[in-house]
Design a binder for this molecule. Structure first.
Ligand SMILES: Cc1cc2nc3c(=O)[nH]c(=O)nc-3n(C[C@H](O)[C@H](O)[C@H](O)COP(=O)(O)OP(=O)(O)OC[C@H]3O[C@@H](n4cnc5c(N)ncnc54)[C@H](O)[C@@H]3O)c2cc1C
Length: 321
């Protein structure tokens, strides 16, 4: 485990926004993780925050008086085959590397996540999803560290115990759990099925490159799509013409990219942050954006959304101020 002192988080986080952290502890494997927890205990550190790629995190420029547990991809791979169709991966591994490893072993089931920037830990905690797929469908078990008043315990959670929901899980709701490793249960594929999965994987990457903003830092979708039936119905009572898109294109959800654009925000800018013209649910850091710039845009969108539909959309990005 490597310890960095007074380290700028803008260097780690995907958004390139953030302040200084008293400690950043670089974790590449289980030994590093347990070493980091000992370090935290020995130094009586009160505040810790796990971070993967930081691709879903917006942090303020305030001093972080604690330790960032920075799950980073190591030199040696933490992905292995542990059964016919079971892959185990350490939390810091990239989801993309798990997909590539699965293909090498004639396994499929994760190809919908092509191009999705995430560590394994971040992906399972937030139940990532794209193009109708969700990680919950291929998670078998998760090894966790439960932080206790004195020390910690290592436990295994089954899929049922993980209580997955839309961009949600038991781990996300419990503030004292860290993901250590995940076992994925995938499907054995024939040659044709494997080729088809690879095609899907590359098609998803191409779709993202074409339709999602690239070139500027972001944290992906800022708001969750609207999934509750009563909320979607409320929106449809105001924008009746959206009903075909909801049914035919968005799997009965309302796409926040579409909604934010229609509310007139595409290209809207405050300071160095801008609502992407390509995908309006992304707020991109176009020119040294500050935390306050992004927050101000979020507030403006929420206000207009509330005025229009009478309820507030939920945030997908996690904010640490
Ligand atoms: C360009 C772009 C496209 C995106 N597309 C999608 C998409 O299609 N679908 C989607 O669902 N998301 C998408 N996202 C959001 C993001 O990729 C996911 O939320 C991702 O899972 C975050 O993973 P991470 O490793 O970066 O986690 P981070 O952003 O570092 O952390 C996210 C949260 O997880 C916690 N965490 C991280 N590691 C651990 C761990 N080991 N144990 C416990 N908690 C942990 C952090 O404390 C934080 O609360 C996109 C983001 C970007 C920038």
């Amino acid at each position: 485990m490597i310890v960095y002192k007074n380290y700028p988080l803008s260097k780690i986080l995907y958004y390139k926004i953030g302040g200084i952290a008293r400690y950043v502890l670089k974790i590449e494997n289980k030994e590093d993780l347990l070493g980091a927890l000992d370090f935290v205990k020995k130094n009586k550190i009160q505040k810790i925050l796990p971070v993967g790629l930081g691709s879903n995190l917006l942090m303020s420029e305030n001093f972080f008086d604690g330790a960032i547990l920075c799950f980073s991809k190591g030199e040696s791979s933490g992905i292995k085959l542990i059964g016919e169709n079971l892959i185990e991966a350490f939390a810091s591994e990239l989801l993309d590397d798990v997909i590539k490893f699965s293909f090498e072993n004639n396994l499929v089931g994760l190809e919908w996540a092509g191009g999705l920037p995430s560590t394994v830990g971040g992906a399972v905690r937030g139940n990532v999803g794209a193009f109708g797929g969700e990680i919950k469908d291929v998670v078998n078990t998760v090894e966790i560290v439960k932080l206790l008043d004195e020390g910690y315990s290592l436990e295994e959670l089954t899929r049922e115990q993980l209580e997955f929901g839309y961009r949600d899980s038991f781990i996300k709701r419990s503030k004292d759990i860290l993901v250590v490793s995940v076992t994925f249960q995938l499907q054995k594929a024939s040659k044709e099925e494997l080729e088809k999965a690879k095609e899907t994987y590359f098609a998803k990457i191409a779709y993202r490159n074409k339709n999602h903003p690239s070139g500027f830092p972001s944290c992906g979708s800022v708001f969750k799509n609207i999934t509750k039936k009563e909320e979607v119905d409320k929106m449809l009572s105001i924008w009746e013409d959206m009903s075909e898109l909801v049914k035919e294109k968005w799997h009965n959800k309302a796409s926040m990219g579409y909604v934010i654009r229609r509310l007139g925000f595409a290209g809207f800018r405050i300071g160095g942050a801008e609502v992407s013209k390509k995908h309006a649910n992304y707020i991109v850091n176009v020119d040294g954006a500050k935390f306050a710039d992004v927050i101000s845009i979020i507030e403006k969108i929420k206000e207009k959304f509330f005025q229009t539909f009478g309820f507030s959309p939920e945030l997908e990005v996690e904010i640490v101020s």
